[in-house]
Design a protein around this ligand. Structure first.
Ligand code: FAD
Length: 391
């Protein structure tokens, strides 16, 4: 009898409390039952499975760390475990959830007024309101901190937004999009809650992606889009506030990378134990075992790292450089793991139905979004040397 397939080699699950472990198993069961059977087809057709949103809502895990406003106020560790379990089956679905629960709800929770939190967060927790987060622009990605070109101009009626945002996840169907724009008067970045259907706010679906194809990324164009003062995020004063949100979500992306790596490793291990060549399972060959062990070594290191990362977060000790280091390390190692997973599966490794090809493609997007390897490395470099390499 073969041992069970398990990517948690150092049994990190034994460090979880009962509640976290129960949530882990609940999300795993949900993803296996509801998402795994449909995901390849949606990925292939570049579409989003809207019918699963109410089922996600039933899990009651959206905005799991926030206190109040209908949210349960649980640990960052629990949030990380959720992200990992989702990405273990599909990184697009984990990304959709991350945009909703982390980037969008997080912007409101961390930068909104009491009234704004009360207006938006309960409905977003129940996933009756879907959010998007618009920071990146067609010509401004890594340099968003000092370079945003989308403008906000205060007028007697409110704020006029002008500019474009690119890559905005969930934007094609979001009920509310957080838009980060530069105030032309004080030159500081401010956040705005833009409601679906606002005149002057157009969203075009980005087509032709080779990664995270289920995520509906939009190109947003704003032409004299009028936003009332009450829909300006009242506690976002500058890009430093945007960065507070990104610090939290980057930690979640590190967990997502771990889930992607784990899904690919577990599928590859299963395949190699069953696939026979030269009359033997290919898993019995030394060179295949070497690949599997290298994958597992990295995966185990990644899991240990994100576990401690969440502890830092829960202890209120998380710094930008902690989140950046985890995001760089995990997304880099994930790229290696998914590539080896594909390799040990030979030709079948490039077929969607074998559940690794999708991970190979999706790892590329995880590697680049929420700060590229270079940008996150420079954030760590600045912290350890005391010298900024940013212009
Ligand atoms: P660029 O900034 O043009 O970078 C190109 C290359 O130059 C990279 O390798 C980069 O590391 C390197 N580089 C840049 N500056 C330096 C430097 N100073 N030193 C060394 N190297 C440097 N954004 C949102 O706002 N909301 C979303 O929901 C969202 N979702 C996304 C989903 C997907 C699938 C993708 C692919 C992107 C998403 N993004 C989103 C945007 C994402 O955050 C950006 O793609 C990312 O920040 C990189 O920006 P860029 O693509 O413009 O690359």
């Amino acid at each position: 009898v073969l041992p069970p397939i398990n990517g948690d080699f150092y049994e990190i699950h034994l460090r979880l409390n009962e509640e976290d472990r129960a949530v882990q198993l609940k999300v795993r069961e949900f993803m296996e039952r509801e998402i795994k059977p449909i995901v390849n087809n949606y990925w292939l057709h570049d579409e989003f499975p809207h019918e699963v949103i109410p089922k996600f809502a039933e899990l009651g895990l959206c905005g799991v760390t926030y206190k109040g406003y209908g949210c349960p106020g649980k640990s960052f560790l629990m949030e990380g475990i959720i992200a990992m379990e989702m990405a273990r089956i599909d990184a697009s679905i984990a990304t959709f959830f991350g945009v909703q629960s982390g980037l969008s709800m997080g912007s409101i929770y961390m930068c909104g007024s009491e009234e704004q939190k009360q207006e938006w967060l309960p409905g977003m927790h129940e996933m009756k309101i879907i959010g998007a987060f618009g920071l990146t622009e067609p010509e401004v990605g890594s340099g968003a901190a000092g370079g945003l070109t989308t403008t906000a101009k205060k007028t007697a009626d409110g704020w006029l937004l002008n500019g474009q945002k690119k890559w905005i996840g969930n934007a094609t169907f979001a009920d509310v999009t957080i838009i980060w724009a530069r105030d032309v008067d004080d030159n500081q970045v401010k956040g705005f809650l833009v409601r679906k259907g606002t005149p002057g706010f157009e969203v075009e679906k980005i087509k032709g992606k080779m990664a995270l194809r289920i995520v509906q990324n939009g190109l947003i164009t704003m032409k004299n889009c009028l936003i009332e003062e009450k829909d300006r995020l009242q506690n976002a004063e500058s890009f430093k506030d945007t960065a507070r949100v990104l610090q939290m979500t980057r930690a979640g992306v590190a967990w997502m990378a771990v889930g992607t790596a784990r899904g690919a490793y577990e599928n590859a291990l299963d395949y190699t134990r069953n696939r026979k060549q030269f009359g033997k399972p290919i898993a019995s060959f030394q060179l295949i075992q070497n690949h599997l062990v290298e994958m597992l070594s990295n995966l185990t290191a990644m899991q240990s790292l994100v576990f401690r990362l969440s502890e830092l977060q829960d202890q209120g000790l998380l710094k930008d450089e902690h989140a950046s280091l985890a995001k760089v390390f995990c997304s880099l190692r994930t790229r290696d793991i998914v590539s080896r997973a594909r390799e040990v599966m030979g030709g079948n490794g490039i077929l969607l139905e074998h559940n690794v090809a999708r991970f190979v493609a999706d790892a590329e997007a995880i590697y680049s979004y929420e700060g590229t390897k270079e940008i996150n490395s420079l954030i760590v470099g600045r912290a350890i040397t005391g010298m900024s390499a940013f212009v």
